[in-house]
Design a protein around this ligand. Structure first.
Ligand SMILES: Cc1cc2nc3c(=O)[nH]c(=O)nc-3n(C[C@H](O)[C@H](O)[C@H](O)COP(=O)(O)OP(=O)(O)OC[C@H]3O[C@@H](n4cnc5c(N)ncnc54)[C@H](O)[C@@H]3O)c2cc1C
Ligand code: FES
Length: 328
């Protein structure tokens, strides 16, 4: 009964050791509020499955929006570790977190309206969607993502990785690779018809997936629409005359699921150190004879999960790769 009269917020989050503080509005989670305030809070999936947004609650009351024990150990939870993307506030709080170290000052996310300028099928279930914005977004780093809404149609934002290096795009143009999730609201709507001309809204940039400075070789592994942030990174490194050895393994179930091979080959030609191999599994008439598969051995039939090898890891996180419900 007393909960009925409890204050609903907004509440203040004080962050140590970086000495930042920001307001968390009712309905927002801690991570969203931090990102909206331009803080480089480590994160990836935003749905409570990767554990990257973990932080320690030093004082104050929170509400867990999901069961942390799927991701955090008992020891971590006993010591006050929580998942910022699954936390709303019940009082002002004090939080300890180690922020990401971006290579440059991160842009503060901004919402910009625009219209779908072009869309085309890359595979049977992945669309390339190009959006012409009314004004450019703040500069993003290759590997980052934006949130997309379709005002009046789909109001809850969905996240999509920029599928091109920032310098490879015309001003105000952004593109995404969007895979159809059966029964998914946004993707079923997008894939159902020609949506060119549709007004949309894009907020960003977000994300802490960017190139880390290091002389170590890089290994990138991605499948499906997880190609998007990797392609953006490869374009960036090939433009920069990159000195490190990069291996990109692109996983696909059948030859029909392979795409962008020509564009990747262009990056490979531009920077000779990049080697790209595409891997198919599950026999299909095309896959059995297709040149892209002929030289590769079958791999696991599950969607490929990005891994972080001991060399500099390049990980493109996706909900699809961490949920057992994946229909891929
Ligand atoms: C940081 C980040 C970057 C992302 N980048 C991309 C990208 O570049 N391209 C892309 O296609 N997607 C990307 N996603 C996934 C995207 O944000 C949406 O979740 C996805 O498009 C589904 O939206 P929907 O509205 O169709 O499904 P919803 O209506 O939101 O979901 C319908 C059902 O499907 C489940 N579901 C949702 N997403 C998936 C999924 N991916 N696989 C399996 N089951 C799912 C839900 O749990 C729910 O039960 C990214 C997600 C994150 C967090
Ligand atoms: S668990 Fe919070 S961002 Fe992945």
């Amino acid at each position: 009964m007393f909960g009925f009269f409890a204050r609903k917020g907004p509440f203040k989050a004080n962050i140590a050791p970086c000495d930042a503080s920001f307001e968390v509005r009712p309905g927002d989670n801690l991570l969203k509020a931090a990102l909206d305030n331009g803080l480089p809070w480590p994160h990836n999936c935003r749905v409570g499955s990767c554990g990257q947004c973990r932080c320690r609650l030093k004082s104050g009351k929170i509400k867990a929006l999901n069961d942390f024990s799927y991701v955090l150990s008992g020891e971590e939870m006993d010591s006050g570790v929580i998942l910022a993307c699954q936390t709303s506030l019940r009082s002002d709080v004090e939080i300890e977190v180690v922020m990401d170290q971006p290579p440059t000052q991160l842009s503060q996310p901004k919402t910009v309206a625009g219209a779908i300028a072009d869309m085309r099928a890359l595979t049977h279930d992945i669309l390339e969607v190009c959006i012409q914005l009314d004004a450019p977004l703040p500069p993003y780093l290759a590997g980052q993502y934006a949130e997309l809404t379709v005002p009046g149609v789909i109001e809850k934002p969905r996240s999509y990785s920029f599928a091109a290096a920032p310098d490879a795009e015309q001003p105000g143009l952004v593109r995404f690779f969007i895979r159809h999730v059966p029964e998914g609201e946004m993707t079923t709507w997008l894939h159902a018809a020609d949506r060119r001309g549709q007004r949309v809204s894009v907020t960003g940039p977000y994300g802490s997936f960017w190139l880390r400075e290091s002389p170590a070789p890089m290994i990138c592994i991605a499948g499906g629409s997880g190609m998007a942030p990797i392609k953006a990174l490869l374009e960036q490194v090939s433009q920069q005359g990159f000195q490190r050895k990069v291996t990109y393994v692109f996983g696909a179930r059948t030859q029909d699921d392979l795409y962008c091979l020509t564009r990747c080959a262009r990056s490979r030609r531009a920077a000779t150190a990049i080697s790209i191999s595409s891997r198919c599994c599950r026999a299909s008439p095309m896959a059995a004879t297709g040149p892209a598969c002929a030289a590769t051995a079958p791999t696991s039939c599950r969607p490929m999960r990005t891994i972080c090898p001991t060399a500099t890891p390049i990980c493109a996180g996706r909900r699809a790769w961490s949920t057992p419900r994946s229909p891929v």
